[in-house]
Design a protein around this ligand. Structure first.
Ligand SMILES: Nc1ncnc2c1ncn2[C@@H]1O[C@H](COP(=O)(O)OP(=O)(O)OP(=O)(O)O)[C@@H](O)[C@H]1O
Ligand SMILES: [Mg+2]
Length: 358
């Protein structure tokens, strides 16, 4: 029997394409620990995110390609991941955060916090290290949505994030007494946001998801400037009025040169008991906005009262009803987003890093 060579295996794997990154596994240099023992081939595919939407397909295609090499009797593939750093030098603010993603819109009440919380938990469920920063200093909701009542005791001057459903989180809602009004002046706002970024012991994170306050006001602006964001996700409702606001949010990020990773349309439709869809808030707006602004469309999230119930009781829908259409939609959005972040991170490797001026 002829000897199987590593070259033959790599040759076979160079026919397997990663659809998002648009290159094959060998060119992407994500085949690791290749070992050949007689006819048994073992290797690891190091994905750029544990939430890779093509995980199963890549495993199947790799197996098929390698099995076709003469002499191969069995293939053992380990699917692992290493999330690329977007290269934006967040280290300058002493944060080992590989990618920071803001979730915003131009308008209140469209489901930013719901989307941010569920995306964060879905990424953690896939195996990523995730943090959630609730930057809505006017009306922080994420403690309730995640069922968190208080932060652990601080480590000296440094805050320790709370942990819930596999993610780390911090929120202004945990730093003030319940019911106490939150009134912020410009400089306080700025320093609070900076503190949130630099005085929290996040540890190493693959993704930091940031829930922005509604609108295009001070908080969103300070934040987008204080932290080199990998990009922003815009949440909108399907109707025209909301789109105009979402468009304003989108323009704010564009002005600040924050890449728009995609648009999410929330409360897209209500599924009736007979399976038909009722478009309560119009239809198709998110896709339309994506089209006219040349922005990726990440997906539609239907209306389900369990979203609200889960939000009120600290159990995000991806945890409480993981098989519901809403949870499936949110997971797919999280995967699509992770893929976009990987593409952006790999593409930005040669960019000039942004310097943070203290
Ligand atoms: N797809 C959905 N189906 C049903 N209810 C939803 C859905 N998305 C969000 N909600 C509910 O709508 C309300 C507003 O959502 P959320 O707080 O996430 O919006 P927001 O944009 O963050 O609001 P704000 O501008 O006040 O920060 C919440 O009660 C939430 O549970
Ligand atoms: Mg909110």
């Amino acid at each position: 029997m002829s000897q199987i060579t590593k070259e033959a295996i790599l040759n076979a794997l160079s026919t397997v394409q990663e659809p998002d990154l648009g290159q094959d596994l060998v060119t992407l240099n994500i085949v690791r620990k290749l070992e050949i023992n007689d006819g048994n081939v073992t290797f690891t595919v190091m994905l750029t995110t544990p939430a890779c939407p093509f995980r199963a397909k890549l495993e199947k295609d790799s197996k098929q390609a390698v099995m076709a090499v003469e002499g191969v009797q069995s293939v053992n593939i380990k699917m692992d991941s290493d999330v690329p750093n977007d290269g934006r030098m967040r280290g300058l603010v002493k944060m080992p955060i590989r990618n920071a993603i803001a979730v915003g819109s131009g308008k209140g009440g469209v489901g930013k916090s719901t989307v941010a919380v569920n995306i964060a938990v879905a990424l953690a469920q896939a195996g990523a290290r995730v943090g959630l920063m609730d930057a809505d200093i006017y009306g922080p909701n994420t403690p309730t949505m995640l069922g968190v009542e208080k932060l652990p005791p601080p480590n000296g001057p440094r805050l320790i994030p709370a942990e819930a459903h596999g993610i780390k989180m911090i929120s202004m809602g945990l730093l003030v007494k319940p019911g106490q009004p939150l009134i912020w002046r410009g400089p306080m706002l700025n320093s609070a946001i900076r503190q949130f970024l630099s005085d929290v012991e996040w540890g190493e994170l693959d993704y930091l998801i940031i829930d922005l306050p509604p609108g295009t006001g001070d908080a969103s602006l300070s934040l987008a400037q204080a932290l080199p964001l990998s990009g922003a996700v815009i949440v909108t409702l399907p109707q025209l009025v909301s789109l105009e606001d979402a468009g304003r949010g989108l323009n704010m990020f564009k002005t600040l040169e924050v890449p728009i990773l995609g648009i999410v349309e929330n409360m897209s439709y209500l599924e009736l008991p007979d399976g038909t869809h009722m478009d309560l808030f119009g239809t198709g707006g998110g896709e339309h906005l994506a089209q006219i602004t040349n922005t990726p469309f990440l997906g539609k999230v239907p209306i389900d009262q369990n979203v609200r119930i889960g939000g009120d009781t600290g159990r995000p829908i991806v945890v409480s009803h993981p098989d519901s259409p809403v949870a499936i939609a949110l997971r797919e959005i999280a995967e699509g987003l992770a893929a976009k972040v990987s593409v952006a991170a790999l593409g930005s490797k040669n960019d000039i890093p942004i310097n943070i001026v203290e």
